[in-house]
Design a protein around this ligand. Sequence first.
Ligand code: ADP
Ligand code: MG
Length: 676
Amino acid sequence: MIEETSIKELKGVGDKTQQLFEKVGISTVGDLIRYYPRGYDVYEESVPIGEVEEGQIVTVTGAIFGKVQVSGTRAMQITTIHVKDLTGTIRVIWFRMPFLRNTFAKGGTVTLRGRVINRKNGLVMEHPEIFYPSSKYEERLNTLQPIYGLTSGLTNNAVMKAMKQALTGLNLSKENLPEELRLKYELAEYNYAIRGIHFPEDKEVFCHARKRLVFEEFLTFILSLRILRDSNEKQENEYVMEKHPKIDTFIGKLPFQLTGAQQKVWEEILTNMASDTVMSRLVQGDVGSGKTIVAVLALLNTALNGYQGAMMAPTEVLARQHYESICNLFETYDIPIKAALLTGSMTTKEKRRVYDRIECGLVKIIIGTHALIQDKVFYDNLALVVTDEQHRFGVKQREKFAEKGGVPHVLVMSATPIPRTLAIILYGDLDISVIDELPANRLPIKNCVVDTGYRNTAYSFMKKQVAEGRQCYVICPMVEESESIEAENVIDYAESLQSEMGDSIKVSYLHGKMKQTEKDEIMTRFGNNQIQILVSTTVIEVGIDVPNSTVMLIENAERFGLAQLHQLRGRVGRGKYQSYCIFMTASKAKETKERLDILNHSNDGFKIASEDLKLRGPGDLFGIRQSGLMDFRLGDVYQDAAVLQMASDAADWLIKNKHDCLKMLPDYERTSSVII
Ligand code: ADP
Ligand code: MG
């Protein structure tokens, strides 16, 4: 079997399974083996029942105590047992498995692994995996089971089975990294790494395998960036523009003064756009530092010079928000420039209308999502492309724009805190500007890390804030990494919070599975303060700007990466009001407190990221994916910062020595899909 073999050749993969695999982007054996696990289940030692905490997945071992009960309705039968060890007793339930009554009838000891939830009458372990008798658990102890990204109908077991077959039957691939590099950086051999990432015997194998694959992923990426940078270096500026006189009048009329940092970055952009070569610039600035207005100035100047400018946002909600605020600004300050919104969820008819208006040059500023780079969009002198909160503007995307006319200026806005040394490696093809100053009217956000016992106090606090005219966000508890379960949680949570808050306060919710029009409606209503409390998943993580919101309550804060928490917190403290961020956690673990405390004491995104790195150390790879920055398959820019540095050095070495392996690397097609 070779990598190009269709997965249909695998035993047990029929038409139906093939379709399911296609859905997650797997059509060949090669695709399959590069479908890395999202995480691993670790079967750890049992913990004493008396020490079990809410929210955790744990293993307990104890004697079945008392009778097995089956209750509930016919459609939803609930089996309950009690399990007891020397330290305590815990209630355990299963749904729709009444036959367990017989299974457990003879008693004895059982080992159970599952999540513990706090119900009205105490802690309950819900629907755990059963090892009965207990000795069955020993085989599993300390092993790692891969967990794959799934789609409805495709089970983890099915992926595991196919994977095992593929890996056993696969011909060995050629090692494509030079021996010197492998020795120098202690990198595992390719075939070993691929096997080790899917079915590691232990953590050590996993770490080795992963390091090798992450290295390769980074190296490929860096090499293609270097190639891009070289080809970009002297790209002529086809859209030379000066500052239009109306710009300063516009700036003068704004309700605030630009900060020194905004002014500095704006001037850097102006210099670029007036120079001989095309602009490729990254603007970094912490959440709330005011990046949008800088982008708007660049877009406006482009439009006033008679060209088109486009701004691409990662979500429709954010695109709409930008569109609306730009329209508002232009209306308020009498700017005779027309803007348009273009998003994927618009009807064909609506889209066609916008396409026409773009093509004939009637609209000068176009805001949208990825829909902006569809083949059907033809621009009329597109001179500037801004991407907001897009972690990476793809090589291909720039090419796409260039195909449609000249080579536009590119401005990438990012709030992801990342140390300068890393930024230089990752954005090697871009010049970097930093907005390192917050607007003067801001009060620092007040933070606190609290346990769940504080929830009611937090609710009263929110009530008070709403009574003063403010608004709040609640980030809902994460239970599973599954979108549909998350959606249910959000809905349940919002319902119970609504009854808690009473009729005078409107609570609503937002989650990833909602229709775009619904999301837009909720965001618009929240923006107008028709909704006072918004319960949401992390879909509001980036960009959303409702300066009247002053409270951010994050449930299960321990389950998020610090960088992500910092972004979430950035949704408040965006206006003149004192804002608050409450990190709520059920975990009593010392490390959790330590980690969250970093946020508690700092509002500086750059500092938070590096402190987190220090605290977690490079060994902590089972943790949460920290950054989500640039969708690498495996690598994480923060977590694997050291490997990133190695890959960068290796890239220099390969280029300097004009090494043969450069012919194979970078695999341009694969890399550029990573860079989106
Ligand atoms: P981000 O950098 O997170 O994208 P935004 O550009 O959305 O931040 O700005 C956050 C808020 O700060 C917005 O409401 C914006 O109007 C306001 N803002 C931007 N610049 C200034 C400034 N110089 N002074 C006061 N408020 C500002
Ligand atoms: Mg923004």
